[in-house]
Design a binder for this molecule. Structure first.
Ligand code: ATP
Ligand code: MG
Length: 555
C-alpha cells in the first residue's frame, strides 16, 4: 500500500515524540454504527490507520455506539468488512463505546464528588431560552449550579435507576457559563433516554454525550492521538477538560491529544450517512451497495478496487482546511489502474446487424486479438467471424457529419482485427429505422493491409451475430446534480437533486461469448466503450465503472 504523503499531523506527532521519547503512537477509528461507511470515512481510515502504521504504532477500531438510536449489528458487520477490504487491520483491538458505560458513570460520579458536575433541572425548552443559554454577550445561567454535591449524587443515581421521566434532569459539567466557546458553558454530559441499546438492552436509561464519552474511551484505550475531522475543533477544549478532570491514570500528561483534519468533500457526491440512509429506505437506490452510492460497498460493487480508492485518498492529501475534490480524480485513479491490468473484451451497446454478402453462409473463421495491448503477457484470444456480425449503431451514419471515419454509405471501414468492409446498401424496417446493412468484405486483404495501398481510416469493433451473447449493461452517471454539495440552497433537500439519469439500463447489449463465464466482480475494458465490472447481484449484468476517456481538464 502506498504510504501517506508527509502532512501536518506528522509534524505534530514528531514533536510529541521528541518530547516523550519511547511513546508508541496509538490511534483509533470510531465509526458510529448507524450506516455503512462511505468514501469520506475512507479518508479518516487512511489518516487513523495510515498514521499509526507510519510510526510503527497501532490503531483500534471502536464502534461509537454511545447514542442508542438507529444502531444495528448489520452496520457493525458491514463496517468491519469494508475496513478489511481496504487492507486495514485492528487485530484484536475491537471495542464498543458502550462497553465503557459503567466506567463513564463511575467517572461522572467522581466529577460530581469533586464539585465539577451537577444535576440540572432546566427543561429542553429552557435550555434554548436566551434567559438561560445566554448569547455572545451574556453568560448562560443555571439555577442548579450550586446544588449541594450530596444532592447531585443522589439525583444522578436515581436518574440511572429510572426514577425520572426523560428530560426531567441532566448532568452538566461545571466549567464556565461565560465562556466564549459555547461547548464550555457547562455542557450536558448525561441525559435520560428510555431507549434500548443494541448491545446493552434496557440496562441503561441514562446515556453519556459524545463529547464526554469520547475522551474517556480514548484515554482508557491508551490512545495517544485522537485524529478527527475539523468540525470537532471547537470541541477540543472540552475534550481536554474531560481528559484532565476525570481520574484515569496511565496516560502521559496532555494525552490523548485531539488533532483535527479537513473532511473529504467530492463534487456531485453527498457524504452523509443520513442522506444515504434516506435513499436506501425510500427505495431510490438498490440498497447501500447500489453502484451509484459513494459507500465503500457501493463503489466495490460498481467495480472500484480498494487500491484505486486508496490511491485517490493519498492524492487528495491531508489538510487543515476544507476543500472540494473533483470526482473525476477518483475516476482517473481507477482508469490508471485498469488501463494496465483489465483484459479487453468486446461489448456492443446498441447492436445493428451487418450482413457480409460475399462471405459464405456456414463459414466460421477466427481472428486473434490482443487481450491487453499494455500487457503482452495477457496474450491473445480468437474471435469468431461469420457472415452476419453486429456493430454498434453509433459506428454507422446514414448521413455522416464531416470527418466521420466510421461506417457510412459507400464507405469503407476496418472491422477491428479482421476484414475491411464496404457499405453497399441499407435495409430498413417499416418505421424507417435501419434493419440491417449489406456490405462486402475485402477478402483478398484478409486482416492485413490492402494490396493497392489505399488507406482506410476508421476501425470499428464487431461481434459474430451467431456467437454473441445478450447481456444487460448498467451505465452510471453522478447520483446528484449538485456540483458542490455544500451549495445546497436552504429549504431544499438533497433528494431534490437526484440525477434522473444516474442509472441507464441497456437491456439488449451483445457481448463476447467468453463473458458468459465472467466471475462476479471481474473487471474488463470493453473496447472503445469503458471499464466494466460483472455485477455481483444481478445475473449477466455488467456495471460501467468509468468511461474510457479522461474528461478531467489537464493541468
Ligand atoms: P456522516 O456525516 O456521514 O454521518 P459521521 O462523521 O457522523 O459521518 P462517523 O461514523 O461518526 O460518521 O464517522 C467516523 C469517523 O469518520 C469520524 O472520525 C469522522 O470524522 C470521519 N469522517 C466522516 N466523514 C468524513 C469525511 N467526509 N472526510 C473525512 N472524515 C470523515
Ligand atoms: Mg458522527
Amino acid at each position: 500500500m502506498a504510504e501517506m504523503e508527509r502532512n501536518f499531523i506528522q509534524d505534530l506527532i514528531d514533536s510529541d515524540l521528541s518530547d516523550n521519547p519511547g511513546m508508541k503512537v496509538h490511534t483509533r477509528f470510531p465509526p458510529e454504527p448507524n450506516g455503512y461507511l462511505h468514501i469520506g470515512h475512507c479518508k479518516a481510515l487512511c489518516v487513523d490507520f495510515g498514521t499509526a502504521r507510519k510510526y510503527g504504532g497501532v490503531c483500534n477500531l471502536r464502534m461509537d455506539d454511545t447514542n442508542p438510536a438507529k444502531e444495528d449489528t448489520e452496520y457493525v458487520d458491514a463496517i468491519k468488512e469494508d475496513i478489511h477490504w481496504l487492507g486495514f487491520d485492528w487485530e484484536d483491538r475491537f471495542y464498543y463505546g458502550s462497553d465503557y458505560f459503567e466506567k463513564d458513570y463511575e467517572l461522572a460520579v467522581g466529577l460530581i464528588k469533586k464539585g465539577l458536575a451537577y444535576v440540572c433541572e432546566l427543561s429542553a425548552e429552557e435550555f434554548r431560552d436566551p434567559k438561560y443559554c445566554g448569547d455572545l454577550t451574556h453568560p448562560a445561567v443555571s439555577p442548579w449550579r450550586d446544588r449541594p454535591i450530596e444532592e447531585s449524587l443522589d439525583l444522578f443515581e436515581r436518574m440511572k435507576n429510572g426514577e425520572f421521566p426523560e428530560g426531567k434532569y441532566t448532568l452538566r459539567a461545571k466549567i464556565d457559563l461565560a465562556s466564549g466557546n459555547f461547548c464550555m458553558r457547562d455542557p450536558v454530559i448525561y441525559r435520560i433516554k428510555y431507549v434500548d441499546h443494541h448491545r446493552q438492552g434496557n440496562k441503561w436509561c441514562i446515556y453519556p454525550m459524545y463529547d464526554y464519552a469520547h475522551p474517556i474511551q480514548d484515554a482508557l484505550e491508551g490512545i495517544t492521538h485522537s485524529l478527527c475531522s475539523l468540525e470537532y475543533e471547537i470541541h477540543r477544549p472540552l475534550y481536554n477538560w474531560v481528559r484532565d478532570n476525570v481520574e484515569i491514570p496511565g496516560n502521559p500528561v496532555g494525552f490523548p491529544r485531539q488533532i483535527e483534519f479537513a473532511r473529504l468533500n467530492i463534487t456531485y457526491t453527498v457524504l452523509s450517512k443520513r442522506f444515504l440512509r434516506t435513499l436506501v429506505e425510500s427505495g431510490a437506490v438498490d440498497g447501500w451497495d447500489d453502484p451509484r452510492m459513494p459507500t465503500l460497498c457501493g463503489l466495490r460493487r460498481r467495480g472500484y478496487t480498494a487500491s484505486s480508492i486508496l490511491d485517490f485518498i493519498n492524492r487528495t492529501g491531508v489538510a487543515k482546511s476544507d476543500s472540494l475534490v473533483d470526482i473525476r480524480q477518483l475516476e482517473a485513479c481507477l482508469r490508471d489502474e485498469l488501463n494496465l491490468k483489465a483484459p479487453r473484451r468486446i461489448a456492443i451497446e446498441q447492436p445493428i446487424k451487418l450482413i457480409i454478402t460475399n462471405y459464405p453462409e456456414d463459414r466460421v473463421e477466427y481472428f486473434e486479438v490482443s487481450n491487453n495491448p499494455n500487457d503482452e503477457a495477457a496474450g491473445t484470444r480468437a474471435l469468431p467471424f461469420t457472415r452476419e456480425v453486429y456493430i454498434d449503431a453509433s459506428d454507422f451514419a446514414e448521413v455522416p457529419p464531416p470527418k466521420f471515419f466510421r461506417l457510412k454509405p459507400d464507405g469503407e471501414v476496418r472491422l477491428m482485427g479482421a476484414y475491411i468492409i464496404r457499405c453497399n446498401e441499407i435495409v430498413k424496417n417499416e418505421d424507417g429505422t435501419v434493419k440491417e446493412i449489406l456490405c462486402t468484405a475485402d477478402l483478398e486483404t484478409g486482416n492485413g493491409m490492402p494490396a493497392d495501398g489505399r488507406k482506410v481510416k476508421g476501425t470499428i469493433h464487431w461481434l459474430s451475430a451467431k456467437h454473441a451473447k445478450s447481456a444487460t449493461l448498467h451505465l452510471y452517471n453522478n447520483l446528484t446534480t449538485l456540483e458542490n454539495p455544500s451549495d445546497k440552497p436552504d429549504g431544499k433537500d438533497y433528494t431534490d437533486f437526484i440525477n434522473p439519469e444516474s442509472l441507464i439500463v441497456v437491456k439488449d447489449a451483445k457481448v463476447e461469448p467468453s463473458l458468459e463465464d465472467a466471475a462476479p466482480g471481474e473487471q474488463f475494458q470493453f473496447v472503445r466503450f469503458g471499464y466494466f465490472c460483472k455485477d455481483t447481484k444481478y445475473e449477466n449484468t455488467f456495471n460501467r465503472v468509468v468511461g474510457l476517456k479522461d474528461s478531467f481538464p489537464k493541468k
